[in-house]
Ligand binder design. Sequence first.
Ligand code: AMP
Length: 409
Amino acid sequence: MKFNNLGLLPSLLKAINEKGYDKPSPIQEKAIPVILRGKDVLASAQTGTGKTAGFTLPMLQLLTKSSNSQNRKIKALILTPTRELAAQIYENVKEYSAHIDLISTVIFGGVNQNPQVSKIKRGVDILIATPGRLLDLENQRALSLSNVEILVLDEADRMLDMGFQRDINKIMNLLPKKRQNLLFSATFSKEIKSLAKGILNDPVLIETSKENTTVEAIIQYVYKVDKNQKSNLIIQLIKEENWTQALVFTRTKHGANNLCKKMIKANISAAAIHGNKSQGARTKALAGFKNGVVKILVATDIAARGLDIPLLPHVVNFELPNISEDYVHRIGRTGRAGAKGEAISLVCNDEKQYLRDIEKLIGLNIPSKTKIGFEPNKNPSSEPIPNKQKRSDFSRKKGGDRNRNQRRR
Ligand code: AMP
């Protein structure tokens, strides 16, 4: 299949050509013709699959028919969970619309609203927004959603995880009843199905490759290590193996800050990205990482979600996520666009159950290693372990699943 066969306008094909894309990705191949026919879409697609172009290209084409350059109104709304994702989609929309007379802008919280408001006042056709700032500006009557023809809900599962359900409901009430709806989600949970039912009208279901097929393309392994030795181990790995860049996931914001400080102390250029950081700090960290000045980006799941960082050689789970699906999202940051990558997890005794759950989800046993000098329980004095049973022993027979659910959440 070629882009030429998808029924796209020459001006869009030109932009695609300038981006250097050879052929459409599976999600693009499936979604573009359906969206061009004006259908609602429910698509399961992760970041890295090319889903942004999958919804943006046909959206632009449909908008060229109805936009009016003398009197621009918001005709398309793209809702995304995070500021970084919003900024990234905006960049993509600008590139794909380079040869089309459509104006787009992005709004998100954490920064001064005035430049965003002035841009909207000058007239935009496409608005990319996070829910909070969108509702804020609508309340102030700084924008109107009454002319929206196309709604995109991107990373809908993450929006629900982040507690945006009520905001989404409010936004739906501000939109015209008659519109085209496109919902993208990495997973089709019960909650997503119920959200989709309330929003979509006779949607075409589009599923791309299962998550675990993505996982198979990535080299994964586990280092068994005591909790208090994890920072030293990762610092040693980065230095010994001369890593160029890595994205490192921690479970908490506090953990991200701590690890980042330790890295900087060890002369490794690092930055942390999480919800407590100001927008300025987050943008700076991400830009530094993208241009290579920052070598290690330490992130929490929500902050890293959807970030497009091409050709990342290493992803590290400093702590395993307690929700197995997050493991798949995290390691999807490596080995993207056909490049091989390594996903390394530092796993301590407390996390053995998480590891089993992840292995069950992905249907693989992740090979494990220990590093000399970092074997679990090598330093019992620095990590007090109250009773013998608690000692880590990964070679011990697996079992004891009884309290698993209580422990998971
Ligand atoms: P996304 O999943 O939309 O975040 O896209 C992931 C990455 O794939 C981005 O860097 C896109 O520029 C790139 N991309 C999107 N479509 C294609 C394509 N058809 N061929 C090659 N790269 C693509």
